[in-house]
Ligand binder design. Sequence first.
Ligand SMILES: [Fe+2]
Ligand SMILES: [Fe+2]
Length: 368
Amino acid sequence: MTQIEVEIDSILANSKRSFGDQSHATGRGGDAVFTWDYERSRDGLSRLYEKAKRTQWNATDLDWSIDVDVEKMANQMAELAGGPGAGRSIMADIDGSPVASWGVKEWSEFRIETLNWRLSQFLHGEQGALVCTAKIVETVPWIDAKYYASTQVMDEARHVEVFARYLDTKLTGHYPVNPELQLLIDDVLRDNRWDITYMGMQIMIEGLALAAFGFMHMFTEEPLLKQLLRYVMADEARHVAFGTLSLQEYYQELSGSEIRERQEFAFEAALRMRDRLLMVQVWEHFDVPQAVIREFLVRLRQGQAWFQAPLFSKIVPNCKKLGLLDAGDGWLRQRFTEIGVIEYEDHGDAQLDVELLDAVTADRLAAQ
Ligand SMILES: [Fe+2]
Ligand SMILES: [Fe+2]
């Protein structure tokens, strides 16, 4: 077997994992830390905390009376995002693929399921952020960071709430969490090092999510989803900024070998998100046989057609801001160059996003 086949088999094996019908419990690493130093010594975090308190919104601020035509939305989004795409023609070309005979109706259903799947992963990812941020409140040793993280817990609760409500009342089905996403979140939670929760959630997973929200916001004309994403993104940009501000300070204290461990963690998480977050569950929903799904994924990987480099547009610049790209012998710069994402190193940074999205919040407050 080739290396690609081995990896696809491991992804397919993981896709069979169940995280429970009702709940999933996972171990959590790291001590809960109390600090007796209550002095507000970190101005950047302090300002972010004040801003977070001023800009809290409520799910009821969104216009839930809007009627959503799911089919129209799914088709429109697919058209704006570039039509059927290489992946679907690869799937249709495989011997025995039921997809070969699909017509307009089936592709339309597929697009709807894709949308349901994506929004479901946003929902589960938001819950991951909720739990990770609660862990940060406990484990981070600085009072200013505990204060700020507590506002993020509230933000993430609201995000879970609005995605769940959108899925329940406007879309046509839920999907369980993508196992690869849950496995990554579980690893982040299990780690004993407090900064790894930040690194995994605020920098890597939220960085990817912010880019994905941005694409969906760009490609949907459905007004409620657009509004929902804008509100969520305004918060998320602040969350990524919280991660970079905190880690920039902490990473200055670490030794060369400790920094290398963080570089390796960042790269491994990036690869897992790039290569393993696949829509196996959607193809299974349409009863595509496992052997066909396997062949599809192998061909997709060989052709690199699945790879959406722009999803790294937030991650790479934030790693740069943390000093991780060039630390040591530039190990992470080398890796990001090899996987073709280094071009994003100077892409608009999180601070810029915070400012842009604050303008959105100001609009909203003015309209109330
Ligand atoms: Fe969130
Ligand atoms: Fe967040």
